[in-house]
Ligand binder design. Structure first.
Ligand code: NAP
Length: 280
């Protein structure tokens, strides 16, 4: 898909929350990231928050041999570091851990106490310096987006990363239409329902199981296919196992028929009224 600045944006990438935190699973996690890259995935999503930098360091190690050029690296700044004094320092530390001189996308992880103008101004400076190519936000609900868009430079925002899956569809009511109108893409986190609502109901649903079986995929793969069916949405599922990453990449390349989409959509309908954004 295309971002509002005309650049290409992948519709699928690897999430990395919790990766890099356990020395015992480190080798398999690096293998999982490399498996994704070898299969052609280029977007990797991380954050300075994840393991207090450990996830970014793990990615840095995983991509050292594969090279950075073909990758689309996304990281996030914590709210307490999103003011004019700390943001650049945070970003520099992120770049160091990843072993790169720029990010493709830098996200404001969630809204904190700094005025939006201050954070946005600093993000734009980082674009001017070439340390990030573009920026976006995360966990911004409709009212936050409206406020952001009132700031002139707020319109430079390219994506909003929010929780979205078959059991948590509140964004379809008002946030997704607003973002579409503004040409802002959605990055769906927790596409496999690790957080948000109804996880156990989704995994045990006879409708979901039946549609998954019909398509020859697992329930997790079907959950991913549901998110990817939505126009303008990029999904970033996470796995620390190479076999799971392989399944996710394969599912990201499969199409869900309109009939099957409708079946699972009717079993877990989107709300027909405003609900506050789900977060983890
Ligand atoms: N912006 C934000 O505030 C925010 C918040 C949360 C997450 N995120 C981002 O979004 C990413 C994804 O969200 P998430 O990590 O919370 O949850 P998720 O992707 O919905 O689910 C991850 C869980 O699914 C399991 N899994 C993955 N592939 C599987 C497969 N093929 N079969 C069975 N189980 C599978 C993983 O276990 P295994 O490792 O054992 O495979 C893990 O327990 C994060 O990693 C992070 O990058 C952003």
């Amino acid at each position: 898909m295309k971002l509002k600045d005309g650049s290409n944006f992948p519709n699928f990438g690897l999430g990395t929350w919790f990766l890099g935190e356990n020395p015992l699973t480190r080798a398999e996690e690096i293998k999982a990231i490399r498996t994704g890259i070898e299969m052609g995935v280029n977007l990797i999503d991380t954050a300075e928050m994840y393991g207090n930098g450990l996830s970014e360091s793990l990615i840095g190690e995983a991509i050292r041999q594969t090279g950075r050029d073909s990758l689309y690296l996304v990281s996030k700044v914590l709210p307490e570091n999103a003011g004019s004094t700390r943001l650049e320092k945070s970003l520099d530390a992120t770049l160091r851990r990843l072993g790169t001189d720029h990010l493709d996308m830098y996200l404001y992880h969630w809204r904190g106490s700094y005025p939006l103008e201050e954070t946005v101004g600093r993000l734009q400076q980082m674009v001017d310096k070439g340390k990030i190519l573009r920026w976006g936000v995360s966990n911004f609900d409709t009212d936050d987006m409206e406020e952001l868009l009132e700031i002139p430079e707020g319109r430079e925002c390219c994506v909003n990363q929010v929780l979205y899956h078959l059991g948590s569809r509140g964004i379809e009511y008002d946030l997704l239409p607003l973002l579409r109108d503004e040409g802002i893409k959605v990055m769906a986190y927790c596409p496999l329902a690790q957080g948000g609502s109804l996880r156990s109901k989704l995994l045990s649903s006879s409708v979901v199981k039946e549609v998954a079986q019909k398509n020859g995929v697992s329930v997790f793969q079907l959950l991913l296919m549901f998110v990817l069916h939505m126009d303008g949405v990029c999904a970033i599922p996470r796995s620390g196992r190479s076999s799971h990453v392989k399944e996710l990449v394969e599912a990201s390349r499969m199409e869900l028929s309109e009939e099957d989409y409708r079946k699972i959509s009717e079993a877990f309908p989107a709300p027909n009224h405003k609900t506050y954004l789900d977060v983890v």
